[in-house]
Ligand binder design. Structure first.
Ligand SMILES: Cc1ncc(COP(=O)(O)O)c(C=O)c1O
Length: 434
């Protein structure tokens, strides 16, 4: 009989914290409990060092130099592309470096619509879970090309209404663009099922993977989506790093997003022809250091292993949800089956605006996110203007979560008077959906 080691056998969160300079920053006047990794993760020294090393040893412009440094920069940039492609099990020809998920989704919307792929008779389907970066780019293109936009509705607990999804994944829908994991609720969408349904109806699928890649291995070949967007800064990589991956045959038939240097083959005043993939979509000088940093972040995640990260974060989420559920003045948003809440959870202190909650948490050294999280349609569905959100990562500890618990107890004692008089938003929600 073979026994496989427990995923956390070699995972020591205190050792991992040593990898992150900001968590050991002696200039801070109070301890930091960073529970805002869904907004952006902290960066390990290996990522910072890789970027520094690039600037110290290989900085030059890429793809143009006939000199040694130009070759070194190009080689590091293209190595980064192959490293990130391998991380996602993706064809590197379809891997385009962009600044972030927002830019990646704008690229898809513009590239398809401009090429005539979305016309007045067509429809794009989104969902009520979407971040504004997966809503607004489609609206911008709609204003020129006139197609319709529909959104898959949600059940009261925030899960997708798959019956409605099935109805919408039919003519005249041409494209589904949907999140893999909600940045507000932490829920994971049934993406493979949606992709199968869409493809059966000849519909393309673009995926907003920004919140999934920090928590679980994503495999392009297995997922079989047509486009995939992610931000490097949420996966221990630098700000300004991100990718759009697309099936090469689709990218080849799309219009470029930005025009300029590096993305052309020939230019005359009458006509310009495009470079091959992926350069066709990488106009101008790229952020080589960001790409190098993202490749180092892939190495870092693989050194920890996703198995260990998932096991650690599952344990943290259980602790976090148990704490929140035990506080009588907290409303947690999302499914009652708490196992379905991954990486991040939204909540409110009853009767207290999320901004006040965030401000008091900050006094305790606890960093959480508050507001509409760039998801105003979802806030409308939940019937609240804003939520507080706590999110976890490899370097988060039980102590961080306990500090949040203490800060929330402080919120309750400061606002005690209001809390006892206010009706719970959850009971309002149940009423509305009854
Ligand atoms: C689900 C989701 N999509 C898209 C984005 C946009 O990411 P970025 O700001 O890196 O473009 C975010 C950022 O929070 C997100 O959570």
């Amino acid at each position: 009989m073979t026994t496989s080691a427990h995923p956390l056998a070699h995972f020591d969160v205190q050792e991992i914290r040593k990898d992150f300079p900001i968590l050991n920053d002696g200039t801070r006047t109070r301890p930091l409990s960073y529970l805002d990794s869904a907004a952006t993760s902290q960066k390990p020294a290996v990522v910072l060092n890789a970027m520094h090393d690039y600037y110290v040893h290989a900085n030059a412009n890429v793809h143009r130099g006939v000199h040694e440094l130009g070759d070194a920069a190009t080689s590091r940039f293209e190595h980064a592309r192959h490293r990130v492609a391998r991380f996602l099990n993706a064809d590197p020809r379809g891997l385009i470096f962009v600044r972030n998920t927002t830019e990646a989704l704008n690229l898809v919307a513009t590239g398809i619509a401009r090429q005539g792929g979305l016309m007045a008779s067509d429809r794009v389907v989104l969902s009520v879970l979407e971040h504004h970066s997966n809503i607004v780019p489609w609206q911008l293109e709609r204003s020129t090309h006139g197609f319709a936009i529909a959104a898959i509705p949600l059940h009261p607990d925030g899960t997708l209404d798959m019956d409605e999804a099935r109805k919408l994944l039919a003519p005249p829908t041409k494209l589904l663009s949907i999140t893999y994991q909600s940045n507000v609720l932490g829920t994971v969408t049934p993406l493979k099922e949606l992709i199968a349904m869409a493809h059966e109806a000849g519909i393309l699928v673009a995926v907003d993977g920004a919140q999934r890649v920090p928590h679980a291995r994503v495999d392009m070949k297995d997922l079989n989506c047509d486009f995939f967007a992610m931000s490097g800064h949420k996966v221990y990589g630098p700000m300004g790093s991100g990718i759009l991956w697309g099936k090469p045959e689709l990218l080849s038939s799309m219009s470029p997003f930005l025009g300029g240097g590096s993305m052309i083959d020939t230019v005359t005043f009458e006509r310009t022809t495009w470079a091959e993939l992926p350069q066709k979509f990488e106009a101008g000088t790229p952020d080589v250091a960001a790409a190098v940093g993202l490749a180092a972040a892939c190495d870092y995640i693989d050194s920890l292993t996703y198995e260990a990260i998932e096991a650690h974060e599952k344990d943290l989420m259980q602790h976090l949800l148990h704490m929140l559920d035990s506080l009588p003045y907290i409303d947690v948003y999302g499914p009652n089956d708490r196992e379905r809440i991954v990486g991040a959870v939204s909540f409110n202190v009853r009767g207290v605006h999320a901004h006040d909650v965030g401000t008091i948490c900050d006094r305790h050294g606890v960093a959480i996110r508050v507001g509409h999280h760039c998801c105003q349609p979802l806030m409308r569905h939940l019937g609240v203007p804003a939520t507080a959100r706590a999110s976890v990562a490899a370097y988060v500890t039980h102590d961080d979560i306990d500090s949040l618990g203490e800060a929330l107890a402080d919120v309750a004692s400061i606002f005690g008077q209001v809390i006892t008089q206010h009706t719970s938003p959850a009971s309002q929600m149940e009423h509305r959906h009854a």
